[in-house]
Design a binder for this molecule. Structure first.
Ligand code: GRF
Length: 197
């Protein structure tokens, strides 16, 4: 049984889908939910689901040794960022090579980087007059949204779309695909750099 650890800062709708996907699975389970936001909805989900949770503070980011040790001892087989708004410390990225994945609500490398989260992404995509957007699942490195891509899916943008309607469309893709890609990664079925189908 593989251990999935979810890092999230917000409502946790992706976290919920991942938990649901692995209910009763022999492949893996969500073993821990970590948040930097004590008011995050994802912590209520953790409590409802009976999943251990941990709230981390600035100190954990400045001195990540303790957090890394805890994750190694669990052991964390896959660390899944699902709407986590803090940068993962370089020391932690190095401690878990190809074991930390993120989902971004756009087609990276476009519309990524610092400040590109939540509605800011969809605002920028609409303002640029794009005809397609989508999701990117990628390994993380020391820079926001720059790690090697694992998977992309696109969705068409209609002339009538607004940032809100786009957010909904993209969220459907996230909910459909993130749990499945996580399962594939746990099974070693995908994830070689450059394999983005
Ligand atoms: C998702 O859109 C994800 O792509 C982004 O943050 C959002 C998280 O939403 N990085 P939720 O907390 O899972 O509902």
């Amino acid at each position: 049984m593989k251990n999935i650890v979810i890092f999230a800062s917000g409502a946790g709708s992706n976290a919920q889908r991942i938990i649901d996907h692995f209910h009763g699975s022999e492949l893996g389970r969500v073993a821990l939910i970590v948040s930097n936001n004590p008011a995050a909805g994802v912590l209520n989900i953790a409590k409802q689901e009976g999943i251990p949770n941990l709230v981390i503070t600035r100190k954990h980011f400045l001195q990540p040794g303790g957090m890394i040790k805890l994750l190694q001892e669990l052991p964390a087989d896959l660390i899944v960022l699902a709407g986590f708004l803090r940068k993962i410390p370089a020391e932690m990225v190095q401690a878990f090579p190809e074991k930390i994945v993120n989902i971004h609500p756009a087609l990276l490398p476009q519309y990524g980087g610092s400040g590109m989260y939540g509605h800011h992404v969809h605002d920028a995509v609409i303002a640029a007059g794009e005809i397609k957007t989508g999701i990117t699942i990628h390994y993380i490195n020391e820079h926001y949204d720059e790690g090697p891509p694992i998977f992309r899916r696109t969705v068409d943008i209609d002339p009538s779309d607004t940032p809100q309607s786009l957010a909904w469309k993209v969220q459907q893709l996230e909910h459909d695909w993130y749990p499945r890609i996580i399962a594939d990664l746990l099974e070693g079925k995908r994830g070689k750099t450059g394999d983005i189908q």
